[in-house]
Design a protein around this ligand. Structure first.
Ligand SMILES: [Mn+2]
Length: 304
């Protein structure tokens, strides 16, 4: 795995329905994300925070809230992620709400096209984030990034990576899903998105789920993980704006991260939707850092 890591803060809640994810990057720094990574022998550069428009907190227009500002933030994220990949580094986006997954993953996809790599995206989330302006009940764009990446969304958003669609639904594996809007459900099915929902994890277990989600990776594969902190059960991770009960337990989440680490293919990461305004003494940020530690190879014992 790439040992050179860059941290990029994106302090905004521009696509969210609750305010506060704008404080996520600082909470992850307070939870010592940098020194944790350094303790594992990684070289870490904290690039500081990106800047962008303030959140005007307005109602939706034509099915979208804050579209102009969402575009501006995603452009900034795209350029920053792309620049780190071009330097041969492993970028970690510290969100910020999950609408920024569009800027991040479009940059990763652009890098993969240019470098001749195969892309695999693991989307760890309680939600499919596959809404459109027609299907969405809220207009909050953090519920739309996967649809936008697959070419379904407003032109100025979907074209940020220069190629439309930025990715094929075939490269995505969604894990932990347990809240999908009715129209969104049909659209996920139509587009053939591969979803391991909580029922699947309940029935088959996290081990089997991850074996399938990580199948067919090879040395040419760039593995991107988009980790929405609401993936986790709210009992252990209360600090997010859109909690949904019945998520992975601490042990299931650890196994998920450890099995990703075992592939040795992790090449970029988003840590999204952490909301310190809703957290309890930063415990959700500390949990996120703990899980990221496993994602970067911490294990209890020596394993062959
Ligand atoms: Mn999400």
């Amino acid at each position: 795995m790439n040992r050179k890591v860059s941290l990029i803060g994106a302090p905004t809640d521009i696509g969210a329905g609750a305010r506060g994810a704008s404080m996520g990057p600082e909470a992850l720094r307070v939870a010592n994300i940098q020194s944790m990574l350094e303790a594992h022998g990684l070289e870490v550069a904290d690039r500081g925070n990106l800047s962008g428009p303030a959140n005007p907190w307005l109602p939706p227009v034509d099915g979208y809230r804050h579209l102009k500002e969402v575009v501006a933030w995603n452009r900034a994220v795209h350029e920053a992620m792309y620049a780190e990949l071009a330097l041969g580094r492993l970028p970690i986006l510290l969100g910020g709400d999950h609408c920024l997954g569009l800027g991040s993953i479009s940059a990763v996809a652009r890098h993969c096209r240019e470098a001749g790599k195969k892309l695999r995206v693991l989307w760890l989330d309680a939600h499919a984030d596959f809404n459109t302006s027609v299907l969405t009940p809220s207009g909050n764009i953090h519920g739309m990034p996967v649809a936008c990446l697959c070419g379904h969304g407003p032109q100025e958003l979907i074209e940020i990576g220069g190629t439309v669609p930025a990715i094929s639904p075939k490269v995505v594996r969604q894990i932990g899903i347990r809240s999908v809007d009715p129209g969104e459900k049909r659209f996920v099915h139509e587009m053939g998105l591969e979803v391991f929902d909580m029922r699947y994890i309940d029935e088959m277990g996290m081990r089997h789920t991850m074996e399938l989600a990580l199948a067919t990776l090879d040395e040419k594969t760039h593995l991107h993980v988009s980790f929405d902190v609401d993936f986790l059960d709210p009992d252990i991770a209360p600090g997010v704006g859109t909690t949904v009960p019945g998520g992975p337990t601490y042990r299931e989440a650890q196994l998920c991260m450890e099995m990703i680490a075992d592939t040795g293919r992790l090449a970029s990461l988003d840590v999204m939707e952490l909301n310190p305004a809703l957290d309890i003494r930063n415990k959700t940020a500390e949990l996120a850092v703990d899980l990221i530690e496993s994602l970067f190879g911490k294990s209890t014992l020596m394993r062959a």
